[in-house]
Write a protein that binds this ligand. Structure first.
Ligand SMILES: [Zn+2]
Length: 468
């Protein structure tokens, strides 16, 4: 008799499940013991047993059975082999017609050509499926409960913490805290990813080929920085409802204002502020005086004697030698940073009392919104009343959260510029951080200056200082 071995790879959150390699070895041993021949091994890769997904290998196996190429289906357990009620009905029908036997490593043989065999497969399959579904329900309820209590359940180890999700893992936590500040100070996400990889910090995401953990990349760092866990919060989204934040049972790695500032920047559409690699001082900051488009940096011609130039991407509105424009703006910025009022403006954002006040206000607003939700649940308040009460609180919370984002960003600017700014200190900042300072202080428009890029033409450069 020819045997079809059917296996499934599924996500293993509990750690109870055996690897597919072990399952396969056990199935092959069973086939050998019975004196059968392995016709083929069919392996589908699906993550959850309850979500409907296409399974090409299951389809291929059923086609082989219908064509008479296999007479025995060998699997690990009944729920691994017959995944849904629909699978079960189909297997019973085909099994009856072609005289198929199901043979399990964990379970007995079921001869589907007999009514008793079909009844056993039907009942055992239904019981197993019910267990899977009940477990999924129970898990959903546990997650909701844990979220309300500020706890975490199961899942992958969060970067910066041990498997319990509460104990800080010092080297990763330090790298994360630094990353929030570096990103706000202009370091691109890709540079942060490289730094983490060089330090040997792994992403915790399995590699596509299954060999260990993947290296960090741009989007991996982005999604880590977006996780509210690092400001000591847990996000909970009830089914069909809106996401809410709850104080969590683990320590925050950065204060809320820093997290908000970094996330405002991550979400921001304003590319001039966004840290990005491979840019000159004023790309994206300086705009064309004719059409308003941000200027590109490019060489004005190929070969030796080529000079870097800023140019409008829409035809030849403006073109300017890059070094000259960079130097002109740098001098202006250094002069501005020497004035006492700019330091005072940045210092206001660094006021710790203000940070604490905003954090306390946000916490109190979230608590009030929580109380309203409880009042609705216990019947003390109608949904309509709750909506009215919530609307005012929600807009105040949004205002407090954006004020925190501004304050967090101001802190970083203050760190960059607070002590006496000299030309040496400025040059040591590096282009990414210089861009953040320039973007925060001014906007630049470059107007046409006639032909050629050699002439400095400072009078055609229009600088507007940003207001506090
Ligand atoms: Zn233009």
């Amino acid at each position: 008799m020819n045997a079809a071995i059917y296996l499934r790879i599924s996500q293993d959150r509990s750690g109870e499940e055996l690897g597919v390699t072990r399952q396969r070895a056990d199935c092959e041993a069973l086939v050998a013991r019975r004196g059968w021949t392995v016709h083929d091994v069919y392996i589908d890769n699906d993550v959850s047993a309850t979500k409907a997904k296409r399974r090409p290998e299951w389809e291929r196996m059923m086609a082989d059975i219908e064509a008479g190429r296999a007479q025995v289906v060998v699997g690990w357990t009944i729920d691994r082999t017959l995944r849904s009620g629909r699978d079960r009905l189909r297997m019973l029908e085909v099994g009856k017609e072609h005289g198929i036997t199901i043979s399990l490593v964990r379970g007995s043989d079921m001869d589907l050509s007999t009514p008793a065999g079909r009844l056993a497969a039907d009942i055992l399959g239904a019981v197993a499926l019910n267990e899977v579904e009940t477990k999924a329900d129970r898990q959903r309820a546990m997650h909701a409960q844990a979220a309300r209590m500020g706890k975490r359940v199961g899942g992958r180890r969060p970067f910066g913490f041990e498997q319990d999700g509460v104990t800080v893992r010092a080297p990763e936590a330090a790298a994360l805290t630094a990353a929030y500040h570096d990103y706000l100070a202009g370091t691109p996400l890709l540079a942060i990813a490289r730094r983490w990889n060089e330090a040997g910090l792994l992403s915790g995401v399995p590699r596509a080929d299954g060999e260990g953990m993947a290296e960090w990349n741009h989007s991996g760092v982005r999604s880590v920085l977006q996780n509210p866990r690092y400001m000591g919060m847990r996000r909970h989204r009830p089914e069909g409802g809106e996401a809410t934040l709850h104080p969590a049972g683990w320590p925050a790695l950065v204060p809320e204002h820093t997290w908000r500032a970094a996330n405002a920047l991550l979400d921001s559409a304003a590319s001039e502020f966004k840290p990005r690699g491979g840019r000159r001082l004023l790309t994206g900051v300086a705009r064309c005086g004719v059409c308003g488009t941000p200027l590109n940096a490019a060489r004005n011609k190929a070969g030796p004697g080529a000079v870097a130039a800023y140019r409008c991407p829409n035809g030849a509105h403006v073109v300017r030698r890059a070094e000259l424009l960079d130097e002109q703006i740098t001098r202006l910025v250094l002069a501005r940073l020497a004035q006492p009022d700019v330091v005072a403006f940045l210092a206001a954002a660094e006021d710790d009392g203000e940070h604490a006040r905003l954090a306390a206000e946000a916490a109190s607003l979230r608590e009030q919104m929580d109380e309203i939700a409880h009042a609705v649940a216990s019947g003390g308040l109608t949904v309509r009343q709750a909506q009215i009460a919530n609307a005012g609180l929600a807009s105040r919370l949004t205002a407090a959260e954006s004020a925190m984002a501004r304050a967090g960003r101001g802190s970083v600017l203050y760190d960059l510029t607070s002590s006496q700014m000299t030309r040496e200190r400025w040059d040591a900042l590096g282009v990414d951080q210089q861009r953040v300072v320039i973007g925060a202080l001014l906007t630049v428009r470059v107007h046409p200056a006639g032909r050629g890029v050699r002439r400095p033409a400072p009078e055609t450069v229009e600088v507007a200082w940003r207001a506090a």
